[in-house]
Design a binder for this molecule. Structure first.
Ligand code: NAI
Ligand code: 15L
Length: 269
């Protein structure tokens, strides 16, 4: 698939959206931006909620692909998750189907499988087809998004790459993130691969750098052409000196989803 020219970036005001606004143009994309919040310095950005179906139809009209980052990105009351992440993602897919957009790259999350125990030393990496085990309503909404993507591929031929992102920040913020971190530059590499690979149907991939302490199998991401360049290990000594090694008795240290497995899921790292 040739590099899509015009890309709708939803959630463009957010952390990852801001990173991708600066990184993706280098790959040749013309970005159309959408967020419920206005974006400073971007007068042409579309300010719209995912509940606004007319605005979504207009936003997707004529684009070559969508990178769908918009939504609530942490645990929240179910009603809010339902509106933004579940109904909102459905609205986006419907708009894309109606306007004939061929491909969506969906920001899924490790929290769709967050209750999966982290592999111990010598254990195999977690496979992409491990059973879904959402750790929160938030993770459940990502699980829904992956199923929605499968339905729209099977029924309507709308392609998706669902990226189960680990932790995409400038640096890993705790010891768990050493295993699941995706550098922003690798994030852009992976999204570009997901946007340009041939015949993806609905493909699910984990999204991280090539971390020394990696917990999951990057095989489906590499099959798209993704070649990660970064490794969180450069941050390991400092983080471990500050916080200690992962505690095998702490569920937040022994599951993919980290503190999201706690009830309530907010737990100091
Ligand atoms: P963020 O919370 O910084 O950004 C999300 C953006 O979506 C915000 O700008 C927000 O205004 C917008 N938004 C929320 N609800 C909306 C609605 N109803 N209509 C329109 N816009 C709406 O989150 P971040 O970190 O940038 O993450 C982006 C996406 O990637 C999210 O879907 C998140 O779940 C996913 N993700 C991010 C990870 C990370 O490490 N940053 C890890 C795993 C998944
Ligand atoms: C996510 O899905 C969140 O959106 C992000 O803020 C991080 O918490 C990340 O997962 C993580 O697991 O570290």
């Amino acid at each position: 698939m040739p590099t899509p020219r015009t890309l709708l970036l939803t959630g463009a005001a957010g952390g990852l959206g801001t990173l991708m606004r600066s990184l993706l143009p280098e790959y040749g994309y013309e970005l159309r931006l959408l967020d419920v919040r206005p974006i400073e310095g971007e007068p042409d950005a579309i300010t719209a909620d995912l509940g606004d179906t007319a605005a979504l139809r207009e936003a997707v009209r004529g684009v070559d692909a969508v990178l769908h980052l918009a939504g609530i990105s942490l645990e929240a009351p179910f009603e809010k998750i339902l509106r933004s992440n579940i109904e909102g993602t459905y609205n986006l897919y419907e708009a894309a189907r109606q306007e004939g957009v061929p491909r969506i790259v969906f920001a899924s999350s490790n929290h769709a499988v967050g209750f999966t125990p982290a592999p111990g030393a010598g254990d195999p990496l977690i496979a992409i087809d491990t059973p879904r085990r959402p750790d929160t309503f938030y993770g459940l909404s990502k699980s829904f998004g992956e199923d929605l993507a499968q339905l729209y591929w099977d029924k309507h031929g709308l392609e998706t790459v669902s990226v189960r992102i680990g932790s995409c920040f400038a640096e890993p913020a705790d010891v768990r993130m050493l295993s699941v971190w995706m550098s922003p530059a690798d994030g852009a590499r992976l999204f570009h691969a997901a946007l340009t690979a041939e015949e993806v149907g609905h493909t699910v991939v984990y999204g991280s750098s090539a971390n020394t302490r990696l917990w999951w199998d990057l095989g489906t991401a590499r099959a798209l052409g993704y070649e990660p360049q970064d490794d969180s290990e450069q941050f390991a000594a400092k983080l471990i000196a500050e916080r200690g090694e992962l505690d095998p008795g702490n569920p937040a240290h022994t599951h993919l989803g980290g503190r999201f497995v706690n009830d309530p899921p907010i737990w100091p790292y």
